[in-house]
Design a protein around this ligand. Sequence first.
Ligand SMILES: [Zn+2]
Length: 229
Amino acid sequence: MVSGGYEDDRDFGDVIVYTGHGGRDPNTGEQIKDQVLKDSGNAALVKSMVVDMPIRVVRGAAGSSKYSPKTGYSYDGLFRVTDAWIKVREDGFKVWQYLLKKTVDDVAGEVLVADSNSRELQKIYDCSCQICGQQMLAFGHVKFAMIQYIRPLGFPHDGLEGIENALCLCSNHRDLFRYGTLIIEDDFTVVDQIDGEELGVLTVKHEINVSNLQYHRERYQVQHDEPPL
Ligand SMILES: [Zn+2]
């Protein structure tokens, strides 16, 4: 995304208040309507926020801040979208705004892989949780789901990045699986570790490598007779 086209933008270098898209007269550039979620890019930025997927920031020479390039465009790295809201401007029109914060780590490679897996699974499940079926809607309108790797990626677990090692879940079940409240059997029965109760069967529309579920159980399943602490 390109920063620097709106007087409502605020650019502090590593922190940017970015104004969304739409509602402008294509000839004069004047704001003549409210911006809405379906305008190009607005819903995508909300989605980036809720699934914590950084975006690339490019600054254009049209920007008025000291961080804008003199001419052309500059690629300024990956930023996280940490907040989104609707602002009423002085002219009465509503615009979408986003708080962007520069990422500390260079995570470009990871982001690309995570992004393609995430898009694929969200499409297969239409953003519905494989455990409870809940479809999450940011601002009541933007579908999203969390992608959770079954065998964690990177050191020391070294899980693989493909979707056969990933689940499409709501935020609640993402955390319950990630922190071992729930484990999943090879036949996809979902078991609550609190009391061993079977919660049902995972909805499965993509190939899951069950050795990843075994790996998760070996490391996150506790003896049933241990009391809550
Ligand atoms: Zn769920």
